[in-house]
Design a protein around this ligand. Structure first.
Ligand code: 26V
Length: 786
């Protein structure tokens, strides 16, 4: 990097964009100027990468969500110039941390599925894999969360108010998307995804929906201003906001429009590039392109692909269907029945009638195939894509997809053995497992620079940032007390940093020498934040009864957003905030425990929480969490899991050992066994400590201000037979926590547990995952080897 040129460029950008010098510029302005300047460093390599990729087979990741977080810090690290830029800014009297903090998170996703997409495109760039991401450029991302008197409120997330210097609007590559009632422009905004210390720059292309005509001039001239912009607003609506995953009924029409908008623009883009490179030749299409469908949200890509081949390029429909069967692969991210997408046929007909016609042809073809195979009418009905007037997106994806994958071994086994067992028997070779991963560039190298430096020192180089399996070589230090002490000193430092941030941002004081027990994830009943809360409340009562009780001073930290229409989730937040209030203000317990619910949990907050955790809480009902990826982020940063035998926890324990984690609770097979005779009331009545905490929901200890939240939570546990088995796991969770307290008290033993988690986290790199997709599904190679 040429420091003087960079300095001049930043100053020039500040002048052009904001008319200010660096002394008077705000953090946001410097962020924008610096980012624009950095874009200048990548554009040439970006163009070259595209050319290299176009000579071979490419893969495309279609996803309605990308939970990107911030770009600046990560990009500086990938470019290998973080320290130089930090120094340059320092010379200009500017603190790089403050500049990084000025960047808005790009929160274009709800949770794990969207964050996984973001990790994958980072890994693909680092591994030099020809993968392009396609998504929607929502003007408003996931809502911002505010707490008032313990209640959650939502505010719009207008992340683009000050522009987005990390994207380029590609006016020349606009495509048109046709709905039954209107035609719109899909405008591509490209973001460079910078491969770590490589010249390789991948692309994330997000589509923005705009009207073809800005406004209707005739209406405008007649003074009908509202009418003149009606079409513009209608088009803007399509990419206006990311839908929270809560209520499947809310905004259904618009949600389906978004999905069709995404896939139509992306598939047109893929096909038109194919045609310009190879002509109107589609027989070999699958040799050059593979499309990965991130859950069912982009599944309309299949009929859209067939539609374009048939209607635009005169391919026979049967042939088009056969080609599509080699192009598309589908990833399933949840077994929750309520999350599997189904669309009323009337809705599809209303938005894109031709697409419904094509789905019908696919369905008929499928039925004919099943008949030949000798399936009965009842069995065929189970498989059908269109059934009783609804289109089942997963069925379409599995029939056409050449590969279907789950996201952790246990999850894939459940799909094969139960949820999708009939499909597995029909197409056994389609099913695969691809255990999720996380990018170590963001989740260690960038968010925990102190630990990264220690690892680099111990291993002698930074190769682990590109090959996380190398962490295994750290094991030789596992009994080295000096190393372990330094490892834990860093943990302490990260806790001090988090405590400082909590004080500044949330106004909460926590003691960095206390045990930080952290549960951060979407709020959902199956994730059982409520079990954690009941456990903490019980612990509090026990401390009150027995002030001499020996436990390490502990801080329980939560971060979670409840989707706006999900009442029960909102009740759990209010309840947890109420017990926090009770516990934190009770002088009797002498600050032994403290409870903190951080406001507006998001990617950039997560980057401060994971490195500072002593305990990673992963306590979903067995069988419900497909994988989890937060669990991996904790592990990588040297934090043991307190959790159930679910999702990727199973593999975490397999890698780092039972002694280095605290696994408790019913397993899938236990739940299967007790399911039919489970009676939560018995647990409630039998265990007075359990009854005591549950009764606080109805005895006036806490007040939900007439919302009915607490009565509803009480009912869910006691009168609705506790669907997620909180009561059944309460006792064993207490035991697991006791073991944690005991282990934590022995400093060296604890240090070793933490250290061994980091040593064994290598397999959870999304680099590994993406390379598995390449070899087992997409059949593409990294261009590194060319
Ligand atoms: C969607 C819905 C919609 C209707 C109401 C209930 C509900 C519950 C969950 C979802 C989310 C489904 C997709 C998803 O985000 N799955 C997550 O994907 C991660 C990446 O594979 C994985 O680690 C998480 O375990 C999984 O929950």
């Amino acid at each position: 990097m040429d420091k003087i040129a960079m300095k001049n460029d930043i100053e020039k950008q500040l002048k052009i964009k904001y008319g200010v010098g660096i002394e008077e510029a705000t953090g946001g302005e410097i962020f924008s100027a610096l980012s624009t300047s950095l874009m200048g460093l990548v554009v040439d390599n970006w163009k070259d990468t595209k050319e290299v990729y176009s000579t071979g087979k490419q893969a495309y990741y279609l996803s309605a969500e990308y939970l990107m977080g911030r770009a600046l810090g990560n990009n500086l690290i990938s470019l290998g110039i973080y320290e130089e830029v930090e120094e340059l800014l320092k010379e200009l009297g500017v603190d790089i941390n403050a500049i990084e903090e000025s960047e808005e998170d790009a929160a274009l996703g709800n949770g794990g599925l969207g964050r996984l997409a973001a990790c994958f495109i980072d890994s693909a760039a680092a591994m030099e894999v020809p993968l392009q991401g396609y998504g929607i450029r929502y003007s408003n991302g996931l809502f911002k969360q505010k707490f008032e008197n313990g209640f959650q409120y939502e505010e719009a997330d207008s992340w683009l108010t000050y522009g987005d210097p990390w994207s380029i609007r590609r006016e020349r590559e606009i495509v048109e998307v046709e709905f039954a009632d209107m035609k719109v422009k899909a405008v591509p905004y490209d973001t460079p995804i910078i491969g770590y210390k490589s010249n390789n720059i991948n692309t994330l292309r997000l589509w923005k929906c705009e009207a073809i005509e800005e406004f209707d001039f005739n209406s405008f001239n007649e003074g009908k201003y509202t009418k003149s912009i009606k079409l513009k607003n209608k088009a803007d609506d399509v990419s206006r906001v990311l839908y929270p995953n809560d209520d499947m009924r809310a905004g259904k029409l618009l949600r389906l429009k978004q999905q069709y908008f995404l896939v139509s623009a992306s598939i047109q883009d893929i096909i038109s590039k194919h045609v310009s490179l190879h002509g109107e030749e589609f027989k070999e299409f699958a040799k050059l392109h593979a499309v990965q469908l991130n859950d069912t949200h982009p599944v309309l890509a299949i009929p859209e692909f067939i539609r374009i081949l048939v209607d635009k390029y005169n391919v026979e429909i049967d042939e088009a269907i056969e080609i599509s069967k080699k192009v598309f692969a589908y990833t399933n991210h949840t077994i929750l029945a309520e999350a599997l997408e189904k669309w009323d046929r009337s809705l599809i007909v209303k938005i894109c009638p031709r697409i419904f016609e094509i789905i019908k042809v696919i369905d008929e073809k499928f039925i004919a195939e099943l008949k030949v195979k000798g399936y009965s009418k009842i069995e065929i009905d189970e498989f059908r894509i269109i059934n009783k007037g609804v289109v089942r997106m997963a069925n379409l994806a599995i029939y056409i997809g050449f590969a279907v994958n789950g996201v952790a071994q246990l999850h894939t086994d459940i799909l094969k053995d139960t949820e999708l067992n009939n499909w597995y028997k029909l197409y056994p070779s389609k099913f695969q497992n691809k255990t999720n991963g996380i990018t170590q560039r963001r989740w260690l190298r960038s968010c925990n620079k102190e630990l990264s430096a220690l690892i680099t020192e111990l291993l002698g180089n930074e190769d682990w940032v590109k090959n996380l399996a190398l962490l295994k070589d750290l094991e030789k230090f596992k009994d080295d007390e000096a190393v372990l002490t330094r490892f834990m000193d860093i943990k302490h430092e990260k806790k001090v940093q988090l405590a400082k941030y909590l004080k500044e941002v949330d106004g909460i004081e926590v003691d960095p020498s206390s045990l930080f027990d952290i549960q951060v994830k979407r709020l959902h009943e199956y994730k059982r934040q409520l079990l954690n809360t009941l456990y903490i409340l019980d612990l509090y009562y026990r401390i009150k009864e027995n002030p001499e009780m020996k436990i390490p001073k502990s801080t329980f930290i939560y971060g979670a957003k409840a989707f706006p229409g999900y009442k029960r989730a909102k009740g759990i937040i209010k309840f947890t905030n109420d017990i926090a209030n009770l516990i934190n203000n009770d002088k009797d317990i002498d600050g032994k425990i403290k409870v903190v619910f951080v406001e507006n949990y998001r990617v950039s907050y997560a980057e401060k929480l994971f490195p500072a955790a002593d305990v990673s809480k992963q306590i979903s009902t067995a069988g419900k969490e497909a994988s989890g990826t937060g669990n991996m982020k904790f592990m990588l940063n040297g934090t043991p899991t307190v959790g159930t035998y679910d999702g990727a926890n199973v593999e975490i324990v397999r890698e780092s050992g039972e002694d280095n984690n605290f696994i408790f609770g019913l397993r899938i097979e236990d739940i299967e066994k007790i399911k039919s005779e489970y009676n939560s009331k018995e647990y409630y009545e039998k265990d007075p400590s359990l009854k005591r905490v549950i009764d606080t929901l109805i005895d006036g200890t806490f007040d939900d201000e007439g919302m009915g939240y607490y009565k509803d939570l009480y009912n869910s546990l006691v009168n609705e037979n506790d669907q997620y088995y909180l009561l059944a796991d309460f006792e064993s969770m207490k035991k697991a926590e006791d073991q944690v307290f005991e282990a934590y008290a022995d400093k060296m033993r604890w240090a070793k547990i933490c250290f061994e988690n980091t040593c064994n986290a290598g397999i959870f790199s999304s680099d590994r995952t993406i390379l598995e997709y390449c070899s087992d599904i997409w059949n593409i190679k990294s261009t590194r080897n060319n």
